[in-house]
Design a protein around this ligand. Structure first.
Ligand code: GUN
Length: 296
């Protein structure tokens, strides 16, 4: 079996160039630049890295961006006030509040405070509901990025059996909806596995398309994967590595060296799903800018 690597890094670069051209056209038609704001609470190293990547990517495609940083001890009311201001600010097309938030803050209350029209993360119940019903709305960035990757790489999904491991609101649940919905890519028969699933390996080994989104490094082994499967690894756990420059390296949920020889396609970590997530966020922001201009 010839294994193909789904190279999210180079695909995301190509798509960012496409977005940059769309932005240039958009601005050339007299519109203002799309503007994304990101709210970062606390000093979590991984969250900081993700937000920095998002802000940097905005500049690459010609968006404005604003980073709002607050200490970990910010009160929930103060954070909700920032969300309210961003909702009301006509110069902001879309914004995200980076998760996870400190334990004293109710994530769901913050998510529900975001105006669904600016919810470029697609986490608001109204956007999630639209996704479940197949109606237009913002789709969460990681599963949307995976769908783009499948589409651009010509991976056939119609009628295939997809197994998603992990039922988070951010990845597993929306991923299962996208893969099963009518369309291309889509039209899969989907099994959604989670922490209470019995005989996970048996389910996984029947997957034509296997998406691992649990955050347990190396948990998917070769004996859980069907010959010729397409394996998408969403995990990006930092594991200590004294030989690495930063003292850690990123490990996916899939034991890559073990699994890759059996796959038709596989995503590496890093450089697979991660960069595609950012591309989806940029696409959602451009869409938000277009919609707000339509309503102006
Ligand atoms: N934390 C992990 N992934 C995400 C994401 O896509 N958006 C936000 N806001 N926080 C996250």
């Amino acid at each position: 079996m010839e294994t193909g690597i789904l190279d999210g890094k180079s695909l995301s670069k190509q798509i960012k160039e496409e977005i940059a051209r769309e932005v240039a056209d958009w601005v050339g038609q007299g519109n203002r630049r799309p503007h994304l704001a990101a709210v970062l609470v606390g000093q979590d190293g991984a969250s900081r890295t993700y937000v920095d990547h998002k802000v940097k990517s905005c500049a690459q495609v010609g968006f404005e961006s604003t980073l709002i940083e607050r200490p970990a001890d910010i009160g929930q009311a103060d954070l909700l006030e920032i969300v309210a201001q961003l909702n009301d600010d006509p110069a902001i097309d879309g914004f995200i509040v980076q998760l996870p938030l400190p334990a004293h803050i109710d994530d769901q209350a913050v998510i529900e405070a975001v105006d669904p029209a600016k919810d470029v993360d697609g986490f608001h119940p109204s956007n999630m509901g639209n996704l479940a019903l197949g109606l237009p709305g913002f789709v969460p960035a990681t599963p949307a990025g995976i769908m783009t990757m499948l589409e651009r790489s010509g991976v056939e999904t119609e009628g295939k059996h997809a197994v998603v491991i992990g039922r988070s609101s951010i990845v597993g649940t929306p991923m299962s909806l996208l893969l099963s919905r009518s369309g291309s890519p889509g039209n899969c028969t989907v099994t959604l596995c989670h922490s209470r699933t019995q005989d996970l390996a048996a389910h996984c080994s029947r997957a034509d398309i296997l998406v691992a989104a649990v955050g347990r490094p190396g948990m998917v082994k070769a004996d859980m994967v069907k010959e010729g499967a397409v394996v998408i690894d969403v995990g990006i756990t930092r594991v200590e590595d004294p030989t690495a420059k930063r003292g850690f390296r990123l490990k996916g949920d899939v034991d890559y060296a073990d699994v890759a020889p059996k796959c038709r396609w596989i995503t590496p970590v890093p450089g697979g799903v991660g960069p595609m997530t950012i591309v989806s966020l940029l696409n959602n922001t451009l869409e938000a800018a277009r919609r707000s201009a339509d309503q102006a």
